[in-house]
Design a protein around this ligand. Structure first.
Ligand code: SAH
Length: 224
């Protein structure tokens, strides 16, 4: 890791996260150490700490650092949780979450993304993360229930299996809306199982494809 990248990362945390509404010190600490530049494609490295999303292969993107931080903060992690992430992509967000929780299961449907992300996370020593290749719109029933679930792709509506796999008192963060734009929502499950919803911010994610997601990608061909 070069000093230049470390400096860029500290500036990112200061300007893009602290400078906005990220106040969870654990989230700030994690994002000041996870080397985001290692997760972006080689030809995009100069954008690794910029204030925006970065394109990955297969028409997918790593979210803007602020959105990664916001989602992590909304999960209210204390360190003992098992987290389910839907949409591994580059593995960056999974690496951040792995520093905030006990265990992370991250599900990715595109093998060409899942495999390198899994290998990279292992090589970099994030050994409490497991990447699974499958349709995450069905959740991951074998390790449920989860006190925290985060969906990093845009769902047409809250996927039913994720509601069921959320633990009592759990938090689920998900962008819900059309393929053009969504509302970032946080759902909480009460002790008795009742769900309540908060609308957090307008966002734009790539679509969640699959059984409980979109059946077709409606985005124009040049972004896919
Ligand atoms: N969190 C990622 C960025 C995710 S981009 C990161 O830090 O890099 C959204 C990802 O969700 C894409 O990789 C896409 O392939 C994946 N995805 C879309 N639908 C999915 C589904 N049903 N199950 C699992 N992954 C899905």
């Amino acid at each position: 890791m070069t000093e230049k990248e470390q400096a860029a990362r500290q500036r990112m945390v200061q300007a893009q996260l602290r400078g906005r509404d990220i106040t969870d010190e654990r989230v700030l600490a994690a994002m000041s150490v996870v080397p985001r530049h290692r997760f972006v494609p080689d030809d995009m490295r100069k954008l690794a700490y910029a204030d925006g999303p970065v394109r990955l292969d297969k028409g997918q993107t790593i979210s803007q650092p602020y959105i990664v931080a916001l989602m992590a903060q909304l999960l209210e992690l204390e360190g003992e949780e098992t987290v389910l992430e839907i949409g591994t992509g580059s593995g960056y967000q999974a690496a951040v979450l792995s520093m905030l929780a006990f265990r992370v299961y991250s599900v990715e449907r595109i093998p060409e993304l899942a495999r390198p992300a899994s290998a990279k996370l292992r090589e970099m020593g994030y050994d409490n993360v497991e990447v699974l290749e499958r349709d995450g719109s069905n959740g991951l029933p074998e390790h449920a229930p989860y006190p925290a679930i985060v969906v990093t792709a845009a769902a047409p509506m809250l996927p039913e299996p994720l509601k069921e796999q959320l633990a009592p008192e759990g938090r689920l963060v998900v962008p819900v809306g059309s393929q053009e734009g969504q509302m970032l929502e946080r759902w909480r499950k009460g002790k008795g199982g009742a769900l309540s919803q908060e609308r957090i911010a307008p966002v734009a994610f790539v679509p969640l494809m699959g059984e409980h997601g979109w059946k077709t990608d409606h985005r124009p061909f040049w972004v896919r």
